[in-house]
Each structure stands twice: as structure tokens, then as C-alpha cells.
Design a protein around this ligand. Sequence first.
Ligand code: GLU
Length: 285
Amino acid sequence: MPDDHDRMVTTRFAPSPNGWLHAGHAFSALYAENFARRRGGRFLLRIEDIDFTRAREEYIEGIFEDLRWLGLRWTGPVPRQSARMAAYRAALSRLKEMGLLYPCQCSRKEIRQALEGRTDWPSDPDGAPLYPGTCRTAARDEAAAAWRLDMKKALARLSAPLTWRETGSGPDGETGVIAARPGDWGDVILARRDIGVSYHIAVVVDDAHQGITHVTRGQDLYHATSIHRLLQALLSLPEPVYAHHRLITDEAGRKLSKSLRDTSLRALRKAGVTAEELKRMLGFS
Ligand code: GLU
């Protein structure tokens, strides 16, 4: 068995087909491909289409078209998360068997009401109020419920402080060995009521499944890494290195198009912008 240092660097681009790709997606994909190529590694692709309320087939076709236009090539078949539900359910079952999940039927409105007048109540890193724990102890009907992680119980199972290696940077310039702070998220939802799974569970299961050694992605997901590291520890999954990159706003597309309102890659292409021009603008030429 090769040890971790011998594993070939493997990165991935993992778009959600909920809309057309923009300049920010192009930057993220180019960053991941560049990162792998410069280290003699592999660049993989994955379609994150678990949210069937938003994913559309034409957006998936659009992803392939846009990435080819950018000149990107990836290794191997492209897994679709919608075809891997059984793997996510198996991971959720393990967490349930460990007694770490509980069903929750609170609506957003009920959570708001439970917290009414609590001006001191903490929020998670995305700005949403922490779940007040209404369903944590009550015996609840499992039907049509979301499943939440009992954060206190989960943290109690850790035998060592949880960290990750950040070779990019967080929104405040964080880099190096980072102390994970999953507790800041409270009892996160790991299985949504509508789709039965969640981004967090799918992403850690799939990064392990695809052998991703280096997770490159935008800084908007920097704080979520704390949840991912916790799930990796609980599920005994390998720990990847993380490289979060700056976010490219629509600004880049707008600069190239000037007159366009729609700055998706396909709109830029139609307007005559070349892949070379876009790459140069994004710093990849
Ligand atoms: N599917 C996520 C997105 O499009 C990216 C997930 C990740 O890179 O971890 O924002």
C-alpha cells in the first residue's frame, strides 16, 4: 500500500447543474485542472445533481460544452451524484447507528418562532441562526423528517483535535494548519426532508470515493470544511488537503461583454469572446 505521500495528486471540479456556468465556475475549474497538472496529477469531474428540485439536464450538457470550450480535459468517467444515493444513505445509516442523527420536523418558520426575542442567539458561519434543538430530545415521527447531526454528541466522539491543511486561503487569509470549528454550525442537517441527503454528506462520501487528495474550491465553502472534516473523522474517511481560492464575481464576465446582461460562459461565447480571452482575464494563459 502506498502511503499518503505517494498518492497521485487528484483534484476535482464539482459543479451543481442548477444554472449555466459563469466566469467564477470557469476560474474554479481552471484552478483545479492547473493545480493537478502542475503536480503531475489528475483532474476529475463530478456532477453534483442531488437537488432534483433545481438540477436540469440541459445544465449538465451545458457544463460539458463549457468545459470543452475552455479546453479542459478530465480523467475517467464523470459520476453523477443522483446515481449514488445508496452510498450517501449508507453513510447516513452509519451515523444513525452511532446515535448521532435525530429526525427533525421543524419548519424554518417554527425555528424563527422558537427564537423570537432572542437577540443574543448565535448564528452559523453562513449567518443562519443555530438550530435551537427543539427535536433533539423529543421523540419525533421519522416520516418526512430531515435528519440533523447531534453536534455535541459528535464532537464528544473525537479523540484528537480536528484540523485540516489549507494550502490556499480562507476569506480572512487563513492558511497552514487550521483548527476545524464544526461546533460553530450547531446541529446541521445531513439529510434534507425533500431530497433525503445533503451536500455535506454527498461531498465527503464522493471525495473519498473518487480518491480526491486535494479539494480545490471557492472560499465560500471554506467554513463548511469544518463540517466535512468532522464527517470524515466520524466515517473514517481519508483526509484531503484543501486549497480554497478567491471568488471571481460576474465582474470578469461583464468586463468581457460590456453590453451583455447575461454573463454566462455560453452567452460570452455567443457574443464572440474566445476561451483564450477569458482565460487571460482570469489569470490562466
Ligand atoms: N457543488 C458545489 C458548487 O457548485 C461545489 C462543491 C465543492 O466543491 O465542494 O458550489
